[in-house]
Design a protein around this ligand. Sequence first.
Ligand code: 5GP
Length: 111
Amino acid sequence: MTIFKKIIDKEIPTDILYEDDFCIAFNDINPQAPIHILIIPKKEIPQLSLSDDNDSELLGKLLIAANKIAEDHDTKDAFRIVINNGAKAGQSVFHLHLHLLAGRPLSWPPG
Ligand code: 5GP
């Protein structure tokens, strides 16, 4: 079981910033920007590449949740969503999650 599943199940107390039927969001423990929020589906999908057509609605809902969370943090006009897929791409927790980054200039290309 991943640490994120334990957070979903409330086994690990975490300040939940947003929750609906499909996902929860909370601050990253090691923030890379003034706003660094993780948005994770309640369904256990280890990584994006293991999602399929049955997850289309869920994946859309994660992005819509990101919009709402960005708006809640007054940063709807300037934020970045990152999904690291696979260890070589920087994924360290194998429960699908979106990083929402904001609050500082975000350069391109990313590292
Ligand atoms: P990844 O590297 O898989 O794309 O992102 C995993 C993120 O989860 C990292 O940014 C890391 O700081 C964060 N993280 C790991 N463990 C915990 C935890 O127990 N609580 C919180 N809030 N964030 C965590």
